[in-house]
Design a protein around this ligand. Structure first.
Ligand code: NAP
Length: 324
């Protein structure tokens, strides 16, 4: 567990690069609000932005980033941009092409972190948008993660990504990469919040020097309106969290984020609202006591929201042990 009194605002990854502990999740930021959310977030102090080929706002995100860079408010080297690539190809060799296409949309020359979004291989062109009925179209065969990882290492050597990692991979899938890689994964982005604490996975990754970034840190309120196959959970109004809200004079969101960063985990909450954006980044001036951390630990109930039901039949579906 990170010592709360020495907790900084960023973490040094196993490759020496530095990642801000709080980033802005950009899924479900609507295209027509994206530029204004990005500029507002920059003004508030966000420097880390999480993006994906799946989110329908990459073009606008690129315009927003271009705008803030041209304004001189920030330099490129002050930003930390994460790009999640869908393994979406018919032949090997497509990682570099996919990343270059993504960089063109983002109007950037490199990303700070490139992640494989899923351990599953999709049909080419099938996955650019998660509301698309073709979203679940994957290749029902074995995806060679070791070969794929070599391509990830190549994009680092070519200067297209500073760090590389994975998302939604399970422990065994990460082990398979570690056993043969030249560059170990720097980051695992995975669902993690008070109701899904993935303690074994966190312990394994921290032991291997892999930084965890938690997605859906609030349990993704409002998700089912966008994606009816999911059921979000209401962690923000959990009684234990509300007790801590009263004790610390902080909001539920701040308690939930603080809990994660005190476990040494980064967070990428999404918000399109200036007040909530401000709330979500102001979590470095208080700390939860060991007893309160312990109370939060007890909230764990294996409450996975993002179970990706459309991939369940795939041989490399990462959460088989959780299917009932
Ligand atoms: P989340 O961050 O847990 O929740 C976002 C929701 O919480 C939004 O509806 C937002 O509404 C609301 N919210 C934000 N701040 C709040 C606050 N202070 N108080 C109350 N409500 C607040 O869930 P998420 O968006 O699903 O996940 C976060 C990010 O993780 C995504 O944006 C994406 O970048 C990433 N992600 C990755 C994967 C993956 O497969 N790797 C999967 C899912 C998500 P407002 O906008 O109205 O504030």
């Amino acid at each position: 567990m990170t010592d709360e009194h020495t907790l900084g605002k960023s973490f040094t990854l196993n490759d020496g690069n530095s990642i801000p502990l709080v980033g802005l999740g950009t899924s479900r930021i609507l295209p027509n609000e994206t530029i204004s959310v990005i500029t507002t977030a920059i003004d508030i102090g966000y420097r880390h932005f999480d993006t994906s080929e799946f989110y329908k706002n990459t073009t606008q995100l690129g315009d927003g980033l271009r705008q803030v860079l041209l304004s001189g408010k920030v330099n490129r080297d002050e930003l930390f941009i994460t790009a999640k690539l869908a393994p979406c190809y018919e032949a090997f060799g497509d990682i570099e092409t996919s990343l270059k296409e993504f960089l063109t949309l983002l109007q950037l020359e490199y990303v700070d972190l490139c992640l494989l979004h899923f351990p599953i291989q999709f049909k080419k062109g099938a996955t650019k948008c998660n509301n698309d009925p073709k979203f679940g179209e994957y290749i029902n065969g074995f995806c060679d993660h070791v070969q794929l990882w070599k391509e990830m290492e190549d994009v680092v050597e070519k200067g297209l990504a500073m760090s590389i990692g994975v998302s939604n991979f399970n422990q065994q899938q990460i082990k398979n990469i570690i056993q043969t890689c030249k560059i170990p994964p720097a980051v695992l982005q995975t669902e993690c919040h008070a109701y899904l604490q993935v303690k074994d996975l966190v312990k394994f990754c921290q032991h291997e020097g892999i930084f965890i970034t938690a997605f859906a840190p609030f349990g993704s309120p409002g998700l089912s309106k966008f994606e009816p196959c999911y059921k979000e959970c209401d962690i923000l109004s959990d009684e234990v969290v509300l007790d801590l809200v009263r004790k610390y004079g902080r909001t539920s969101a701040q308690i939930l984020l603080r809990y994660l960063i005190q476990r040494g985990i980064g967070v990428i909450p999404k918000s399109s609202d200036a007040v909530r954006l401000t709330e979500n980044i102001n979590i470095f001036d208080f700390s939860l006591t060991d007893d309160d951390m312990e109370m939060m630990t007890k909230l764990d109930k294996n409450g996975r929201i993002f179970s990706f039901p459309f991939f369940k039949e795939h041989p490399q579906y990462p959460y088989c042990e959780e299917i009932n």
